[in-house]
Design a protein. Structure first.
Length: 75
């Protein structure tokens, strides 16, 4: 069995209210289009937020983004 990827030990980055809102929707399986429609934003804006979340949390896959959100109890 492979060792599980570790979360950085540095302080967990502060997420904005909007980032947390979008992260919750990503974790629940919503697409960029669904999130954009629900929040009355453009798909490009949601893509930007998703990219920024991944940068802040230092991940490159949505699965890792979801895993961290669950582990850190930010959802």
């Amino acid at each position: 069995m492979e060792p599980q990827a570790r979360i950085s030990t540095r302080a967990f980055p502060r997420l904005t209210h909007r980032e947390r809102e979008i992260l919750k929707m990503i974790v629940s399986g919503c697409s960029n289009q669904e999130i954009a429609a629900a929040l009355s934003l453009s798909v490009k804006t949601i893509e930007w937020h998703r990219m920024n979340l991944m940068r802040k949390l230092d991940v490159h896959k949505v699965a890792d983004l979801v895993r961290i959100a669950i582990q850190q109890k930010i959802i």
